[in-house]
Design a binder for this molecule. Structure first.
Ligand code: 1VU
Ligand code: MG
Length: 348
């Protein structure tokens, strides 16, 4: 472990200085595309202005014999596309694969100046982040990259969950963490076969009725609540951003919206979109409702310096509700600066 004094020193001579604070840039949806799929890659210039983050995926969902094509496709797309203020991320192959090293070397060398964040899958502990941290510093120095590329970890192994606090604080490069429910389910030996979302068998049942005949109601429970809450706490404790990951039932847009909203309410700032239909769901869910923004601003205005207690519409407000309202209002300000529709909706 580095001493606190060394934490913000570059890990290679000539590498850019690490950031002291993770910049908050709207990232309501991290839109996945396969850069080796020419049809999908051709849609990137049109999709870019409609999303906060575009992510060229090199890992799972890209077949083993298409890895080099995906990597080359991402380099080509990044060089040819003007992303405006939309962020470009990539998901590299896992560190125990034969492709990860070439992914990092090629991407930083060829398009390091365009990449905002590198998502690292199947992170198990701080050691994985330390490996990527040093390698990125060496590559940035060699390629003359002038601002540090940030790192995002996917929480998708039982060991990773056990070590989530250490992962979150492993490097000043850490930008955030996403829940990866599909790999995590396999790692935990959960008996589901889905990509995120609920399961009808995971429930609680009400007590028997007096007549012992009337049917007993059941209530489906959230399989992911514990892990998302742990991830959110670890991220908040280290000043980085938590995200829900993939929702695989593309046709079930209602359940996708529910899953995304649960994550939003628990503190996540965004989720992955795997298909164009999920982009607007994420945009809707991870942008606070105009009525909530108006309420937050009303409380902030009424609370003056943020101390004391006041009543608004029959509800007690004090220092703690003031802080909650600041979370909502500052998110609204950041989103309004990016999204003209929201600027108007929040101004109304
Ligand atoms: O109408 P067109 O034929 O011109 O285009 C199709 C399709 O190419 C396009 N499209 C996309 N465009 C951009 N980005 C995307 N992510 C994307 N997905 C589809 O939209 C048009 C309509 O498509 P569709 O409804 O016919 O859907 P497909 O059967 O073509 O594709 C569905 C899948 C799910 C295969 C596709 O959306 C996809 O590959 N998405 C990304 C999957 C991914 O990245 N998985 C890894 C992350 S999840 C994980 O790791 C844990 C499970
Ligand atoms: Mg995975």
């Amino acid at each position: 472990m580095r001493s606190p004094k060394d934490f913000f020193r570059p890990l290679a001579v000539g590498a850019p200085a690490p950031v002291r604070e993770v910049p908050f840039r709207p990232s309501r949806m991290i839109h996945f595309f396969d850069p080796g799929n020419e049809k999908m890659a051709a849609k990137v210039p049109a999709i870019a202005p409609t999303v906060d983050v575009l992510l060229g995926n090199l890992e799972d969902a890209v077949a083993a014999d298409r890895k080099e094509a995906a990597r080359a496709g991402l380099v080509r797309t990044a060089k040819e596309t003007d992303f405006g203020d939309t962020q470009l991320w990539t998901r590299v192959n896992s560190l125990d694969s034969p492709w990860a090293l070439d992914d990092l070397i090629t991407l930083v060398t060829e398009i390091g100046d365009k990449l905002d964040v590198i998502m690292v899958p199947k992170v198990e502990g701080a050691q994985d982040i330390h490996y990527v941290d040093r390698l990125l510093a060496q590559l940035e120095a060699k390629a003359g990259v002038t601002r540090p590329i940030l790192v995002h970890a996917i929480l998708e192994t039982a060991t990773g969950v056990a070590n989530v606090e250490q992962i979150a604080g492993a490097s000043p490069r850490m930008q955030g963490i996403s829940l990866g429910p599909a790999d995590l389910a396999a790692s935990r030996r959960m008996k589901t076969t889905r990509v995120g979302g609920g399961h009808p068998g995971y429930l609680v049942r009400e007590d028997p009725h007096a007549d012992e005949v009337a049917p007993r109601a059941t209530f489906q429970q959230d399989l992911w609540h514990y892990t998302i809450a742990r991830m959110v706490d670890a991220c908040a404790a280290h000043g980085i951003l938590p995200y829900y990951g993939p929702f695989g039932d593309i046709k079930d847009t209602t359940a996708c919206e529910d899953q995304f909203r649960n994550a939003f309410l628990l503190g996540c700032v965004g989720a992955w979109s795997l298909h164009p239909v999920q982009i607007d769901i994420a945009k809707r869910v991870f942008s606070p409702a105009p009525a909530d923004v108006a309420w937050a601003r009303k409380v902030i205005a009424a609370m003056g310096d943020g101390t004391g207690a006041v009543m608004i519409d029959g509800k007690m407000q004090d220092d703690a509700t003031y802080k909650q309202c600041q979370v909502v209002a500052s998110l609204a300000d950041a989103l309004a600066a990016r999204d003209p529709e929201l600027r108007d909706a929040y101004a109304a």
